[in-house]
Design a protein around this ligand. Structure first.
Ligand code: KIV
Length: 257
């Protein structure tokens, strides 16, 4: 199967075929997910939590992102690869462009992701007009919150709903080519998905988005800080990894040579 492209991802939206996306940070998981046929892999700055064991993503640097992006990129053959720009890596136009270029290219990502705030609109437009493919992220913005306790559904009040709908519109008009909506009220996520021509990928935002993304460690319930609440409500707590390790330990104890 050939490499997933933005054109193919757009055609999935047009044909109402759900887009699958997962995070990955290392070669083994990246290859597994890619072989399984996921459409998009995100090297997320969630690596600050699930790989580094911090309470949030704020510790992640450009060096970390480049290291993990290169590892994942080398391991995959098909999926479209997005890399997060970490906190404080896109504060000015020149800094953002310099850092975005580091994450893109041969053996690196196809697109960069930024967490959207109105103050970043000019920076985003600068990236896009310089030829950088950009994915935007709205709703809960992990780079602005300290820990899992601060996660709450956004878009329940009229003000929040209007702001999210407006932000999504600005993002599409600026030329961003994929939108991620995190912990957004499902009715608002549905509305945004209908309004936009670009693919809208949801996490904890209901079933009506064009696609879904999850942190791979949450899917197996092995995340260092525990999985977010919506993973519980989706009833996908599996943890086959824990069972396999427990079985291995039990067997090793029992069958000492
Ligand atoms: O960093 C990350 O893994 C993300 C996803 C939660 C969308 O941004």
């Amino acid at each position: 199967m050939s490499r997933m492209t933005l054109k193919k991802i757009n055609s999935l939206k047009k044909n109402h075929i759900g887009i699958s996306a997962l995070t990955s940070y290392d070669a083994s998981f990246a290859k597994l997910i890619d072989d399984c046929g996921v459409d998009i892999i995100l090297v997320g700055d969630s690596l600050g939590e699930v790989i580094q064991g911090y309470p949030n993503t704020h510790s992640v640097t450009m060096n970390h992102m480049c290291y993990h992006t290169e590892i994942v990129s080398r391991a995959i053959k098909k999926a479209f690869l997005i890399a997060d720009m970490p906190k404080n890596s896109y504060e000015t136009k020149s800094q953002a462009l310099r850092n975005a270029k580091k994450l893109l290219g041969t053996n690196m990502a196809d697109m960069v992701k930024i967490e959207f705030d109105k103050k970043y609109l000019g920076i985003m437009e600068h990236l896009i007009s310089s030829g950088i493919p950009v994915c935007s992220h709205i709703g809960i913005l992990p780079q602005t919150i300290s820990n899992k306790k601060d996660y709450k559904r956004i878009g329940k009040t009229m003000n929040e709903a209007n702001r999210l709908i407006h932000e999504a519109d600005l993002i599409e008009k600026a030329g961003s080519q994929i939108l991620i909506v995190e912990c957004v009220d499902s009715n608002i996520a549905k509305k945004i998905t209908k309004n936009l021509n670009i693919p809208v990928i949801g996490i904890g935002s209901g079933k009506s988005c064009d696609g879904q993304i999850r942190v791979i460690y949450d899917l197996f319930d092995i995340s260092f800080n525990g999985a977010p609440g919506f993973i519980n409500s989706e009833n996908i707590r599996l943890n086959p990894i824990k069972k396999t390790i427990e079985k291995y330990i039990m067997n090793a104890n029992r069958y000492k040579i």
